[in-house]
Every structure is written in C-alpha cells, then in structure tokens.
Ligand binder design. Structure first.
Ligand code: SAH
Ligand code: SF4
Ligand code: F3S
Length: 483
C-alpha cells in the first residue's frame, strides 16, 4: 500500500492501519478530504509553507514534510503568508533559537489577518522541555508542536490538528525512538541532486553539543534501503547524492549485519548513472584507512572531506570529549592530503569553549596553518542547557572570545583563499546548480572539491556536469567559462 497507486485506494472511512507507513498514507487520505472540503467552501485550495532552520538533516526532513503536504492537496508556497506554516527548527546554537522566536512573532501578525491560518513547529528545538514551556506560556497561537522522533507521523498529527478546529495547542513530543520508517512521500528541492539519510542520531556526546539530546541515539538505515532509494533517485535524474549522518564514519556498526561506511560507499559507487557522491559529516576519531582507500580509488566520490576540528588544543579537545589529540588530527589530515592530493579539507571550529586561553587558540591557529583548510566554519561557543560544558565554571569572557574569533577568521580566510587559488587556469568539471540570484545571466555550480564557480550561461545547463575553464579566482569562488 505504500505507493501512490495503493494510497488512492485507501478508504478514509475505515479503521486506521496499525503498521507504518500505511498508517500515514491513511491519514494523508483523511487530510485530502479535509482539503477538498476547504476548497469547496473557500473557492480555493489551501496553501502551505515549510520553513527550514539548521542543517542538511533538517533540510531533508523538510522535503518529507513538503511531500506529505503536497500529497494531502495543499498548494506549496515560498511565502509564510499561507494557510499552514510549519517551522522545522534548529537549536545547535542559541542564535538559531532566537531566529525562530523572532519569526514566530511575524507569523502571529499574519494569523491575526487570516483566521484559516494554522501554525506548526517541529525539529530539534522542540525536543527541549524549556522551549515547550515557553511556547505554552508565550506562544499560545501555535496550533501543533511535535519533535524529531515522531516526524514520520506528520500526516497523522496534521489530521489531528485539522480535526481539532482551533481548540488549542496540540503537543506530541517523544523522548527517543528506535524506529526508522521507510517509503514516506517526499518532494525534493532539486531534481538533479539529493541528500540521503544513512543514519539518524548521535552517540558521541561532545560536551558542548545538544544534538545527541535532541536527535536521540545513533541508528543506521539498512544498506539495501539506502541503495534502493539512490537507484530510484538516479532513475528520476539525480546525478549527485549527499549521504547524511552526524558521524557517517560510524555508519552500520550497530546493524544486525554490521557493515562499514567504506563498504557502503563501495556499493553506492556501483550504481550506474550516479556521477557524484558526497557525504557529511566525518568525525576524525572514526575515519579509517579503508575509507581513505575507497575515496582514493573512487571515480565518483567527490574530492571534498568535511573533517570538523573544533579546537587545536589537546587540552580543550579532551574537555570537549572529542577523543583525538591535536597531533592525531594533524597526522590524519596530512595523511589524507598525501594519499589524495587534490582533496579539499574543510572544517568546523568553535572559539570560546570554557577554559580556552589565548594559548589554546594559538594551537588551533597552528593546525589551520599546517593543514591549510580549504574552508572553515567558525562558531562562537554557545552554552546549551543540559550539556556538560554548560556546567563548566571557567566560561570565557566575551571580549576575549570576540578578539580570538576575529583573529582566527582572518587566518582561516587567508588559507582558504590560498587553497582556492590553486586551480586558477585549470579546466574542471562543474555541476551546474542554479541561476545566480544577483546576476541572472550567470549559473552557479560546484567543483568536485565543493568550490563554487559562477559561469555565464542560461538555465538550460542546470543539472549537467560540464567542463569549465576557471578564469578568475575571487577569494572563495571562481568566475569560469564553459568550454
Ligand atoms: N555532527 C557534526 C556536527 C553537527 S553540529 C560533527 O560532529 O562534526 C555542526 C557544528 O556546530 C559542529 O561541528 C560545531 O562546530 C558547531 N557546534 C555544535 N555545538 C555548538 C555549540 N554549543 N556552540 C558553538 N558551536 C557549536
Ligand atoms: Fe554533536 Fe559531537 Fe555528535 Fe557532532 S559528533 S553531532 S558535534 S555530539
Ligand atoms: Fe540544528 Fe538539529 Fe541539525 S540542532 S544543526 S537542525 S541536527
């Protein structure tokens, strides 16, 4: 029953099925009836908007939410002036939360003008009890709240909300789950590339990080399910996939028939018609020689590795519970550079972790200079309630953090520019992704190593991998010319 054909045969008057995903298809059918009744009454189809905060995992989840809304009959809009708006939230740093609170205020304004409007919240932020309390107290205009573990029940929750007819906030938050529900509807943002969840959750408990608390324990999908999904995507025209997990290097370890991430990549490589394979994120502690070998031998795995450093000070790394030392990280990065010379290594760095001194920051800068990151995302440490680091006493004074952050950013930008400039004058393959927002005469794409290239071209090239001459390097990106 878990396909469109079967789904249309569902009788929404019957008893809801117990098994998933059949149960969700049943509730989509119920929502469809509601949508039809709305359309008859109002003379128009109801509209919906899904707004995503946070990482690629959330972006992927939002594609699933959109897929269900579309199947239920909603017209999907980019604008939040819609009949149904759902915020898929992030809580990795406090500024992510603040954005949601700000935007919710705006939504309340829209809702006052549109009595049909319903508002839902889901995602990582909703897994925090303090957030739920705040919602109940100060954001009573929100209609539905659910979390990361029961997102697969969205159709059922949507139906409950529609049936509830504005009689108050519905909250359904689970503490954890060991389930993975396959074969739910999805609406992909790009026709030619797609993210693929290979695992959910995280077991690492880095001491600053809230993700394990809001995303639950690590669970891997079955390799057959992943391969089948990618084959179907390729048949639909996808040429590039991004395998997603908080720590892809520990993929498959807890499956009944364990399989390594490197072995999974070997299987993905075999899929005919697939041209590029990316993955995110690699924890340095679990990066195997086997993986380096697989990347090296592969014709499809992109020349890009995101390898979060977080800090270059062994003392801080220990307090962060990262389970590698400065020297281990540098040795690993240099080994990768030696084995795969054209690979780009990018990273994440946190400045201002509790107890970080100026000397610790110098250690981080030393790693940046030695590894020469091709790009780095630098973050100011954000205290997350409930994490071990939040209880650490020696929080760093703000002015020292600011000064360190600015100094690090300058150095990171220098090495990134230097690394990007290496390809000046070369001809390299670019996957053409989208018409440039600020200059519609240009199309923006990416090299295998993830560097952005802008090329004078029209939309007809989008989705194609084409050779481009890299004419001018502008810091972090190139202006190129199609051959
Ligand atoms: N699983 C990935 C990271 C997910 S979060 C990994 O381990 O690499 C993305 C990035 O956000 C992290 O790499 C880290 O640099 C940053 N981050 C996480 N928690 C943070 C916090 N409390 N304050 C500042 N930055 C944080
Ligand atoms: Fe957070 Fe660490 Fe897990 Fe990454 S590996 S999600 S930083 S706990
Ligand atoms: Fe944010 Fe959740 Fe991703 S906290 S970074 S959306 S896993």
């Amino acid at each position: 029953m878990n396909n469109e054909m079967g789904f249309d045969k569902i009788d929404p008057g019957s008893v809801p099925p117990v098994s998933e995903p059949d149960r969700q298809y049943y509730f989509i059918a119920k929502c469809r009836l509601w949508v039809r009744a709305f359309a008859e009454k109002r003379g128009r189809v109801p509209t919906a908007c899904v707004t995503t905060f946070g990482c690629q995992m959330n972006a992927k989840d939002s594609e699933k939410l959109t897929g269900i809304l579309r199947k239920a009959g909603y017209e999907i809009l980019d604008s939040e002036k819609a009949d149904f708006v759902i915020f898929n939230t992030c809580t990795v740093r406090d500024n992510a939360n603040q954005k949601v609170y700000g935007r919710l205020g705006e939504l309340n304004g829209y809702k006052k003008k549109n009595p049909d409007m319903r508002i839902a919240l889901c995602g990582c932020m909703m897994q925090e009890p303090a957030v739920i309390e705040k919602m109940k107290k100060s954001y009573a205009f929100v209609d539905l709240i659910f979390g990361t573990h029961n997102i697969y029940k969205f159709a059922e929750l949507l139906w409950t909300m529609l049936e509830n007819e504005n009689k108050g906030m519905i909250i359904d938050i689970w503490q954890d789950t060991d389930r993975i529900v396959e074969e739910l509807p999805i609406e992909r943002k790009y026709p030619f590339k797609s993210g693929i969840n290979i695992m959910f959750g995280c077991n690492n408990f880095c001491s600053y990080c809230i993700v394990p608390y809001v995303r639950g324990r690590e669970r891997s999908r079955q390799p057959e399910d992943i391969i089948r999904e990618i084959k179907n995507l390729v048949a639909e025209g996808v040429v590039e996939v991004m395998l997603l997990g908080q720590n892809v290097n520990s993929y498959g370890k807890n499956l009944e028939d364990p399989i390594s991430f490197a072995q999974l990549l070997r299987e993905v490589e075999k899929i005919e018609g697939l041209q590029r394979i990316r993955f995110m994120t690699s924890h340095p502690k679990d990066l195997s020689d086997e993986l380096i070998q697989v990347i090296k031998e592969s014709k499809k795995i992109c020349r890009h590795l995101h390898l979060p450093l977080q800090s270059g000070s062994t003392k801080i790394l220990e307090r962060m519970n990262r389970r590698y030392t400065k020297e281990q990280y540098v040795a690993l990065a240099l080994k990768i550079r030696r084995e795969i010379p054209d690979i780009a290594i990018t990273t994440d760095i946190i400045v201002g972790f509790p107890g970080e001194t100026r000397k610790d920051l110098e250690e981080t800068i030393d790693v940046v200079r030695r590894v020469k990151f091709d790009n780095a995302f630098t973050f100011i440490y954000s205290k997350r309630t409930g994490t071990p680091a939040a209880a650490m006493e020696d929080q760093v004074p703000q002015d020292q953090v600011k000064e360190g952050f600015d100094r690090l950013l300058k150095i990171v930008q220098e090495t990134a520019k230097e690394q990007t400039a290496k390809y000046q004058g070369r001809v390299m393959d670019v996957l053409m992704e989208e018409v440039n927002e600020s200059n519609p005469a240009m199309v923006t794409g990416r090299l295998s190593n993830n560097t952005v290239v802008h090329v004078p071209a029209d939309a007809s090239v989008i989705g194609k991998i084409l050779p481009v001459s890299l004419k001018e390097c502008h810091g972090f990106y190139y202006i190129g010319e199609l051959l």
